[in-house]
Design a protein around this ligand. Sequence first.
Ligand SMILES: Cc1ncc(COP(=O)(O)O)c(C=O)c1O
Length: 312
Amino acid sequence: MSEANKLNSITEAIRIQIPRTDESEHSTPLYLTSSFTFDEAETMRAAFADENDENIYSRFTNPNVDEFIKKMCALEGAEAGYATATGMAAVFASIFALLKQGDHLICCSSVFGSTHTMVTKFLPRYGIETTLVDANDKDAWEKAVKSNSKMIYLETPTNPQLEIIDLEWAGNFSKRHNLILNVDNCFATPLLQKPIEYGADLIVHSATKWIDGQGRVLGGVIVGKKELIKDIYLFSRNTGPSLSPFNAWVLSKSLETLDVRLQRHCENAMKVAQALKQHKNVEWVKYPFMEDHPQYAIAKKTNESRWWYCLF
Ligand SMILES: Cc1ncc(COP(=O)(O)O)c(C=O)c1O
């Protein structure tokens, strides 16, 4: 990612704010409301017909949720987004909104546990088949493609194995086979890695992790191509995994400090990794920016040259 873009999006994550009310408040107010009122029936009709951008009901849209989504789109370089109550709701909506009976999903085998359960136990109930492939076995990815393959789902780095997948390769692969590339970017955050720059169509996040970073709220978000988000929005607006305005307010504020928090996380993680490496009772240490990490070269190519956690 270019330095200019990075600074720009970090600044935007602070500056983006919904319009001030007549009270001239400094900080965005909290719109804790289930629904919105209309002075005229015609405006309401047009809102339900999608002819204007008026808020109708907080399961569909809400000012606090919109602010959080806009900040995430700025950070990821995405066209549009939809925010969800949890990270798993984001993973769920990004898959279930776009795949149908008879479709095939290719998924990296070392995904987060609940995602693994979702694709292996629940997707088959709806007639959607999944092939799990080793994250870094490129032949296995090629062999997994079928005529009904629709989407690739991957997580990089993986939780908890800390495997790094070559996003540049994944972007080219998905384009070559005309597949939707859906990336869980929760562990990297858009500050360390921007999958859209490598051709990802969708990004999902558990905002519960580093975006909040302080263990206060659950949340999730999906950002990406406008036409895909349109389908995800329609699915979610009618099935109900939406983010609460309060949690969105907390998460939007959290994004203002994400860059400084991550800088400290990364500095600390490097020091911890180096100390563990020298410890006589520690057999191995896995840290993407140590040369003995199996995907060190990939980490250097697709991630910011820093990382915030290590495994031992
Ligand atoms: C990589 C990854 N994706 C998704 C999730 C699910 O997020 P949530 O707990 O917000 O539902 C997690 C949770 O730990 C995760 O680590």
